[in-house]
Design a protein around this ligand. Structure first.
Ligand SMILES: [Fe+2]
Ligand SMILES: [Fe+2]
Length: 410
């Protein structure tokens, strides 16, 4: 029997594990998180992701930002462990350190990039984008309006008599009516977009005709508002070109159900709620207005915007009838996402100028809305829209279940 020579037991494996697998894991998770964050941020900012509701996109975005931060912390911890646990009998694994440093930079850079993206997205106007008096024009989810220039091309209609106004009040009235003129002008392509969508969906001629008629009515509103603003300005004012419209952003999803969902939800917010709100708010100004030109513009706006809201309800009902349950669900979700209070109607600097006036009675005599009416009117119209929508959706579901029962019995 031969004695076996004594051998030192092999040291247990120590030091950093092989980095390639961890590196790959971090990178894969990081890429997934960035994609998720971008998905969420884009969904909120206005990129077109038809498979995601806005809220789902936002949640995914927040989760992904959290995941990126966690990955960055894990990578940094790994780096410090590598530095501490390097054994004297094991050569320093340079590839490991380089890989971990790169992963850390990758994760931290991703977090910064996503934060920047998120910051930009939060600076964009919200989806509600209230403005007087027409239907908002959206590029992505931003409401856009034209810039103004001296021009005789848009100022058409009765003009007010500004002779009894002081210079400051005149300037405020000019800018208030210019605000409305720009919004009304933007409503023209907004209704052109609605008409195009209705044709794409194969909607009845009545809806298409009314969308085009609304377009003409918004031209009339814009001309009247520019005429009012021009009278206060002492020169004719019109619009500049709108390069934001050059590229076009009015494509519908190719899937018909998704297209119906988009048209229905836009009809709910931009027409059934906002144009109805605009009409009712303008109606409150009729109690105070004294200038005949301002009164005529307000009367026309109240009548036409009410018609536009009615058109939106009919478009919504058409989409529900055509699209069924997915449209019903989308409308419920959209309605639940609408806030209880309106955003500010006007630029804060303009609001401050209005508030600085010693006497606001001339504003009301020239057709401007009393600010104390805004919240109450919005709450009332929001409530009305919610109840009317609920009735439409209940009827649609009842009809669908009756149809299913009938086909089952046959
Ligand atoms: Fe309108
Ligand atoms: Fe309008």
């Amino acid at each position: 029997m031969t004695a076996q020579p004594y051998r030192e037991p092999a040291p247990p494996p120590s030091g950093p594990p092989r980095p390639s697998r961890r590196l790959a894991t971090y990178c894969n998770l990081g890429i997934a998180a960035i994609v998720g964050a971008s998905f969420g941020a884009c969904s909120r900012y206005g990129c077109r992701y038809d498979h995601l509701e806005e809220s789902a996109g936002a949640v995914l975005g927040f989760l992904s930002v959290g995941a990126i931060v966690v990955l960055a912390v894990m990578a940094l911890r790994r780096l410090s462990q590598t530095a501490r646990r390097r054994a004297p009998y094991e050569p320093r694994d340079k590839a490991s350190v380089v890989g971990i440093v790169l992963t850390s930079l990758f994760a931290l850079g991703s977090a910064l990039l996503t934060s920047l993206f998120w910051f930009v997205s939060t600076q964009s106007p919200s989806s509600l984008g209230i403005g007087g008096w027409g239907r908002p024009l959206r590029i992505g989810k931003r409401a856009v309006t034209p810039d103004v220039r001296a021009s005789k091309e848009w100022a058409r209609g009765p003009r007010p008599d500004p002779s009894g106004l002081d210079d400051v009040t005149r300037a405020v009235l000019r800018d208030l009516w210019l605000h409305d003129a720009r919004k009304e002008h933007a409503s023209v392509p907004a209704f052109g977009r609605v008409a195009r969508h209705l044709v794409a969906l194969g909607a009845p001629s009545d809806l298409v005709r009314r969308a085009h008629l609304s377009c003409l009515q918004e031209i009339d509103h814009a001309e009247r508002c520019f005429a009012l603003a021009s009278a206060y300005a002492g020169e004719d004012l019109g619009v500049q070109p709108m390069p934001a419209l050059y590229g076009g952003d009015d494509a519908l999803p190719r899937d018909r159900t998704k297209a119906l969902v988009q048209v229905a939800t836009e009809a709910l917010v931009d027409g059934a709620l906002l144009e109805d709100f605009n009409a009712e708010l303008a109606r409150t100004a009729l109690d105070d207005v004294r200038d005949p030109a301002c009164r005529e513009a307000l009367v026309r706006i109240v009548e036409d915007e009410s018609e536009h809201a009615a058109l939106a309800w009919d478009i919504l009902a058409y989409c529900v009838a055509e699209g069924g349950e997915p449209v019903v669900c989308a409308l419920r979700a959209k309605n639940a996402s609408i806030g209880e209070t309106p955003e500010s109607l006007y630029d804060p600097a303009l609001v401050a100028r209005v508030e600085a006036l010693p006497d606001r009675a001339p504003l009301y005599a020239h057709g401007r809305v009393r600010p104390e009416h805004v919240e109450g009117v919005f709450r009332a119209r929001r409530l009305y829209a919610g109840e009317r929508l609920g009735a439409i959706l209940r009827t649609a579901r009842r009809a669908a279940s009756q149809g299913a029962a009938l086909s089952a019995s046959n």
